[in-house]
Design a protein. Structure first.
Length: 76
């Protein structure tokens, strides 16, 4: 499946938000776990994708126990 940067960020942000909900974290607790400020957690929970770089979302995913794998293949 081919993804562009925006699609990758959408998928990551959805997975991170889902993990926060599964863990039943309040925004304050999520901020501590993610090592970001609470207003950024609010943006994250509201899926404001434009506020997060792909690299940052990969970092945040790891902090909620998600593993992000990269699969590189030659296109034909």
């Amino acid at each position: 499946m081919k993804y562009d940067n925006l699609e990758l960020r959408k998928e990551l942000i959805s997975a991170i938000v889902e993990q926060i909900k599964i863990k039943e974290l309040k925004q304050h607790d999520a901020a501590i776990l993610l090592k970001i400020r609470q207003p950024k957690v609010c943006l994250l929970m509201n899926k404001k994708i434009e506020n997060f770089r792909l690299e940052k979302l990969i970092e945040l995913a790891g902090r909620v126990d998600l593993q992000v794998d990269l699969d590189i293949k030659l296109t034909t």
